[in-house]
Design a protein around this ligand. Structure first.
Ligand SMILES: *[C@@H]1O[C@H](CO)[C@@H](O)[C@H](O)[C@H]1NC(C)=O
Ligand SMILES: *[C@@H]1O[C@H](CO)[C@@H](O)[C@H](O)[C@H]1NC(C)=O
Ligand SMILES: *[C@@H]1O[C@H](CO)[C@@H](O)[C@H](O)[C@H]1NC(C)=O
Ligand SMILES: *[C@@H]1O[C@H](CO)[C@@H](O)[C@H](O)[C@H]1NC(C)=O
Ligand SMILES: *[C@@H]1O[C@H](CO)[C@@H](O)[C@H](O)[C@H]1NC(C)=O
Ligand SMILES: *[C@@H]1O[C@H](CO)[C@@H](O)[C@H](O)[C@H]1NC(C)=O
Ligand SMILES: *[C@@H]1O[C@H](CO)[C@@H](O)[C@H](O)[C@H]1NC(C)=O
Ligand SMILES: *[C@@H]1O[C@H](CO)[C@@H](O)[C@H](O)[C@H]1NC(C)=O
Ligand SMILES: *[C@@H]1O[C@H](CO)[C@@H](O)[C@H](O)[C@H]1NC(C)=O
Length: 369
């Protein structure tokens, strides 16, 4: 399929989708429970609750467009991708961080039946990624989820079967991989070759998905790695702050990873027939937004709105006023607007942007546009 065609489709789709999806969500049955895993793209405050964690966003100017301009730990000017996806499911925003829920034993049981967010900024598929920053690896996020499963089993009077039934209706959202790739490329003493690292990344991801399956997950929504070589960080740091071009080695990894993840899920689902999944190719969708930025209302798809490529966003950084027109909020992360477009695409676009079906079909939302 030609890029022009896909791009055009994305544009037409996005222009009419917003209202119909939102109207539809209101008319739906109660949203499914949502369990969210991954990195800073989906973190809604996990890292703010980890003592000594260095990868955090619970300070201004993060959250400037959030309710009361509150910095909530989201790496965004407002809502992030976890929230935007939750909204399309009919929720107000993402379920709270698991680490927040465990702090209130009186509501814990009721809340975990509705979902929890385990995502931790800086984390990766490999469990040493993000370790020096104090992030919670995907492996440990899944360990936390296994305690949630045991809590659910406790509520079902010890019936594993009843827990399986409850969890088979839940939605498992995952976005991870960027930090593994960045850390690999930034490590001057790396020993693994590119193909070795590549293979390790995918096989470890497969291991995590299998573990979630064993714990009862059946419906997966996966966001792949976006064009991380074109982030303000990669443009500044990898090209030496010089020519502002995208960093190709990171682009190659990210693009290859996106197609590998779709193959992995295809392979896995052919072995276990009772899984349903949708892979949203964030590499492709973001590349299309970038190439055709004006059509999507963007005026700047290369620079950070807050801070610059070298420095992150903080209360002494300068920031842009036209945040709706920027793809990037800070050196790595999308603006609230870019997250909204990504979520709408995941719910309503078609192959090759989302395969083998979109999130609406996956979740039986039956949205008509
Ligand atoms: C890291 O992950 C691997 C699986 O890829 C696992 O076997 C190992 O025990 C983990 N290490 C730690 C310290 O958790
Ligand atoms: C949830 O499960 C964990 C691990 O089994 C346990 O330590 C914890 O007390 C449980 N919490 C509640 C509220 O049941
Ligand atoms: C549920 O957890 C409570 C508190 O830990 C425990 O007393 C009870 O025996 C557990 N029930 C089941 C069915 O596991
Ligand atoms: C970011 O700002 C710092 C401090 O003002 C400056 O030294 C650096 O060159 C800037 N980086 C870029 C990519 O503009
Ligand atoms: C821009 O930077 C990239 C990455 O360092 C480099 O490969 C490329 O040759 C540079 N291009 C120019 C025109 O300097
Ligand atoms: C990683 O491997 C896949 C094939 O499994 C390939 O498509 C991709 O380009 C590879 N990535 C890199 C950076 O070599
Ligand atoms: C599919 O999965 C099987 C079993 O895990 C594995 O042996 C095989 O290499 C996989 N194939 C692909 C194309 O990933
Ligand atoms: C905050 O950002 C400014 C400008 O981008 C940078 O110079 C400064 O070092 C940052 N401060 C901290 C504590 O990171
Ligand atoms: C994706 O979702 C829309 C609803 O938003 C649906 O009408 C459409 O058929 C789906 N696209 C594909 C290719 O299945």
């Amino acid at each position: 399929m030609g890029k022009m065609y896909v791009s055009c489709f994305l544009g037409v789709f996005l222009s009419i989708a917003v209202t119909s999806l939102l109207l539809q969500a209101e008319a739906q049955a109660p949203p499914p429970a949502v369990y969210i895993f991954g990195d800073s793209t989906l973190d809604v405050g996990t890292n703010s609750l980890i003592p000594g964690c260095l990868a955090r966003a619970d300070f201004y100017f993060n959250g400037i467009d959030f309710h009361h301009s509150e910095p909530t730990g989201r790496f965004s000017n407002g809502l992030n991708t976890a929230d935007q996806i939750a909204i399309l499911l009919g929720l107000k925003k993402s379920p709270p961080p698991f680490l927040y829920l465990v702090n209130d034993p009186s509501t814990f049981q009721e809340k975990i039946l509705q979902g929890a967010n385990f995502a931790s900024g800086g984390s990766g598929i490999l469990n040493y990624t993000g370790q020096v920053k104090g992030a919670i690896s995907l492996e440990d996020q899944i360990k936390q989820f296994s305690t949630v499963r045991s809590n659910i089993t406790n509520m079902t009077a010890g019936s594993e079967e009843a827990s399986d039934t409850i969890l088979s209706k839940a939605f498992f959202l995952i976005s991870i991989g960027s930090n593994d790739i960045f850390e690999y490329l930034l490590n001057p003493t790396r020993t693994m070759s590119v193909p070795e690292f590549n293979a390790t990344l995918i096989s470890t991801y497969e291991y995590h998905i299998k573990t979630l399956y064993e714990l009862g997950a059946r419906t997966f929504g996966i966001l792949t790695v976006p064009p991380i070589g074109c982030t303000p960080f990669a443009r500044a740091v990898f090209s030496g702050g010089g020519n502002n071009s995208c960093f190709e080695p990171a682009q190659n990894f990210a693009q290859g990873f996106s197609s590998d993840v779709a193959i992995l899920l295809d392979n896995f689902s052919s072995q276990d027939k009772d899984i349903k999944y949708s892979v949203a190719n964030t590499f492709l969708m973001t590349s299309l937004l970038t190439e055709d930025m004006l059509a999507f209302g963007f005026k700047n798809v290369a620079a950070a709105c807050c801070g610059n490529g070298t420095y992150g966003c903080n209360q002494t950084a300068s920031f842009c006023s036209n945040r709706e027109e920027y793809l990037f909020w800070d050196q790595f992360h999308p603006t609230q607007r870019a997250s909204e477009l990504a979520a709408l695409t995941a719910f309503g676009a078609s192959d090759p942007l989302v395969t083998p079906m979109n999130f609406s079909q996956l979740l039986g939302l039956g949205v008509n546009i």
